[in-house]
Design a protein around this ligand. Structure first.
Ligand SMILES: Cc1ncc(COP(=O)(O)O)c(C=O)c1O
Length: 408
């Protein structure tokens, strides 16, 4: 199916403002269906969860619908979906819960390719338990995360392996199934950060080998909420710290406070939006999600190739990493310009890109780039166009000309 980009873009009201958004990795624009769903809930009579009256039943249904939508998106069970305010908050909840059972001598494995949200909660939980942290290193040239090292990093005392399914800095897609296999051979738990990968293609919890997978809806056209999914039996076996009177059943007991019911409607609508990306797709929502996200992935990969070729043709631009399998996300620098200055110059021309370390702290620290400002990140999402890629490249030339940098 040809990706009907005009139809896709029409579903995002914010795109009419005319900015060029290469900042999806920091948060995508919101789909119209999401805005409508959130607004409808805010206009309707909605009470706190109660089966006793209709507005209370509505909020119960909003929670159930969001669990079921996220389950379809990730290939999980609705009862395996923990909802929360952000991936960071959910990972901290899990790290504190698991860490309470760790002992001195236990080990956890984290990677220097990961966003700090899938590093620091584990490092701090390990420190609190007296457990040892072991680090998986990436290849500085390619940006790959070699799988082979996990055979050495993982041992009898490994309790947890935390790894990303897609680097938010340079796009690398590590071989998570192979890493998970090594972790599972010693009974370690695998916690996968799917925040950057989930927006860019079909995701399946089981094929990834993930015991826990985390995703944030604001990276896939939805509101600022997140989810953490696992087999329901996993949640049933864990006891997080919680208020005495709050729900004791899993997964509810992992969710703190009263949920944002209106935004949960937005999560469901965002999943429905993704399920509609391929208008010819048939079958249940999970099948339509796979088709829609596969179509989006093909579109994004073509744009990524175009962007990478354009950047490679400009000698003054340095692109970091060249991983074989990657999300459509590129970090680069223009010679003679700080990343912040490049970002600002592009921003002045209406191009939205991130600069700095985007919390991929260990990556930029290891590369020796953090103290000098990190890099500039162009991240592609399915509403981007080939014309936008060409305009970004032209603007980089213009920026370089204005500042006297020889970008070409
Ligand atoms: C790969 C990755 N993991 C985790 C996070 C943290 O997500 P949240 O803002 O939902 O805490 C981000 C946010 O940028 C991310 O890109």
């Amino acid at each position: 199916m040809a990706f009907d980009i005009a139809r896709i873009r029409a579903a995002y009201p914010a795109l009419t403002e005319g900015f060029v958004h290469f900042d999806g990795a920091g948060g995508t624009q919101t789909a119209a269906g999401v805005i409508d769903a959130v607004t409808d809930v805010m206009r309707a009579a909605v009470g706190n969860r109660s089966a006793a009256f209709e507005p209370g039943r509505r909020s119960l249904e909003l929670v159930a619908a969001a669990r079921s939508a996220v389950a379809d998106l990730l290939g999980a069970e609705p009862d395996g979906v923990v909802l929360g305010p952000s991936a960071t908050a959910l990972t901290y909840t899990l790290a504190r819960t698991l860490g309470a059972g760790w002992r001195p001598g236990d080990e956890v494995v984290v990677s220097r390719l990961d966003h700090d949200a899938n590093v620091r909660p584990w490092v701090q939980a390990a420190e609190a338990a007296g457990a040892t942290v072991r680090w998986a290193e990436f290849d500085r040239h390619t940006g790959e995360l070699p799988t082979g090292q996990y055979a050495d990093l993982v041992g009898e005392r490994t309790r947890l392996v935390a790894v990303t399914a897609g680097s938010n800095a340079i796009g690398t897609v590590p071989d998570v199934p192979a890493i998970a296999k090594i972790a599972h051979s010693v009974g370690a738990l695998v916690c996968v950060d799917g925040v950057h990968s989930v927006p860019h293609g079909p995701t399946d919890l089981a094929s990834l080998g993930a015991d826990v997978l985390v995703t944030s809806a604001y990276k896939w056209s939805g509101p600022h909420l997140a989810a953490m999914v696992a087999d329901p039996a996993r949640w049933a076996a864990l006891r997080p710290a919680k208020l005495v009177p709050s729900a004791d059943a899993a997964p509810d007991r992992f969710e703190y406070g009263t949920p944002s019911f209106a935004l949960l409607a937005g999560v469901t609508a965002a999943v429905d939006h993704l399920a509609g990306l391929d208008p010819d797709a048939v079958g249940d929502r999970r099948a339509r999600l796979r088709a829609g996200l596969a179509a989006a992935q093909a579109h994004e990969e073509a744009l990524l190739d175009r962007l990478l070729a354009g950047l490679a043709a400009r000698p003054a631009i340095t692109v970091y990493g060249s991983p074989a399998r990657r999300c459509p996300t590129v970090s680069f620098r223009v010679a003679g310009m700080s990343p912040a200055a490049t970002q600002r110059a592009l921003g002045d021309a209406g191009f939205c890109l991130s600069s700095g370390d985007y919390y991929a702290y260990e990556y930029f620290q290891t590369m020796g780039l953090r103290d000098s400002g990190g890099a500039v990140r162009a991240s592609i999402y399915h509403y981007n166009t080939a014309d936008e890629v060409d305009r970004l490249l032209a603007e980089l030339d213009a920026v370089a000309d204005r500042t006297g940098t020889m970008a070409r």
